[in-house]
Design a protein around this ligand. Structure first.
Ligand SMILES: [Zn+2]
Length: 329
């Protein structure tokens, strides 16, 4: 999941647990129309400033950029894939790792880009024809305890995105207790299905590289070491034994990890871990701390181009540094 709201420490308890889609959540966050217009204008200006082009040609040329989505719909996927393919060379995650192992990263296509999706949402199945049309490799990270069941993603049982952020900041037992208090348990089955089914995973296997996103998507650093280890180990085992997949990569839920998680992944036999740390990758990037760019599923072309270049993350980091310095003074 990927919300950009700041983490707060208060948890407002909703009256009832109502399943929500990501769209519901963003609507309820109520981004004012003026703010959306200004944001769109900023992305347009940044795109045509020429900076994304310069960054691609000078910085990303010999690096590997990884982007991630969640519930990308076919119409946006078609436009996004076209936009990205026109500017980057899409390669698979396994191709990058193989080049790393054989120390031949420099032989990868220039401006290499890897496309990933997190969580294994049911709607990912609708992307088949777009993936086939563009003939590009895509990696989808699955929660082994949710795919193939009628269990739900826990953050879709929170009041809104702000509350989901607040729950992520809690120790995992407390997060579970808050959700239990409103009638949602991690292992609970519902009438509706939110994730890919077993048959859908089988049907997509030939065009999609499925990898691990833990069992039930807890925030790993907020878990006890036993729970964190179990989420990492059991997810790999289940996806391999129940779905016949070869699991070598794990995307940290919410991009959250610490040295402990990186080490647990290594011990469990993974070859890499993917974060949401800003930036791109090269032969020297720690494979258990691969950087990714989170792209909104409904982003317009200008936002896709600006964010994929890394310019947006750079400007945000610069702005927050200035704010921090200002506050310190
Ligand atoms: Zn996720």
């Amino acid at each position: 999941m990927g919300f950009s709201e700041p983490i707060t420490s208060t948890v407002a308890v909703a009256d009832a647990a109502v399943p929500q889609t990501a769209d519901d959540l963003s609507r309820r966050m109520h981004v004012p129309r003026v703010k959306r217009f200004v944001r769109s204008a900023v992305f347009t200006l940044l795109r045509f400033s020429g900076l994304p082009f310069l960054i691609r040609e000078l910085w990303q040329r010999n690096r590997v950029t990884i982007v991630t989505y969640h519930e990308l719909d076919p119409a946006h996927a078609d436009v996004h894939f076209l936009t990205l393919r026109a500017r980057y060379n899409v390669i698979s995650l396994s191709h990058f790792l193989a080049a790393r192992s054989s120390r031949t990263v420099e032989s990868l296509p220039r401006k290499a880009l890897i496309i990933t999706l997190d969580d294994g949402h049911r709607s990912n199945f609708d992307l088949r024809s777009v993936i086939e049309k563009h003939r590009i490799p895509v990696t989808i990270f699955l929660c082994s305890g949710i795919v193939g069941t009628h269990r739900h993603y826990w953050w879709l049982h929170t009041k809104d995105a702000r509350e989901a952020q607040a729950l992520k900041a809690l120790p995992d037992e407390q997060r579970v207790q808050v959700l239990l208090s409103r009638g949602h348990a991690d292992g609970q089955e519902y009438e509706t299905r939110q994730s890919l089914s077993r048959d859908e995973i089988t049907a997509m296997k030939s065009i999609v590289d499925f990898q691990s996103h833990t069992v039930l998507h807890p925030i790993l650093p907020a878990c006890s070491i036993e729970r964190a280890r179990s989420e990492i180990v059991a997810s790999k085992e289940a996806l391999e034994s129940e779905h016949g997949l070869k699991i070598y990569a794990l995307a940290y839920p919410n991009g959250d990890y610490s040295d402990r998680e990186a080490s647990l992944l290594q011990q469990a036999g993974y070859a890499c871990g993917l974060t949401l740390d800003a930036g791109s990758n090269d032969a020297h990037t720690d494979p258990f701390r691969l950087r990714r760019v989170a792209l909104p599923d409904d982003a317009r072309i200008n936002e896709v181009i600006v964010k994929t270049s890394g310019l947006w993350a750079f400007l945000k980091a610069f702005a927050s540094k200035r704010t921090t310095l200002g506050q310190a003074c």
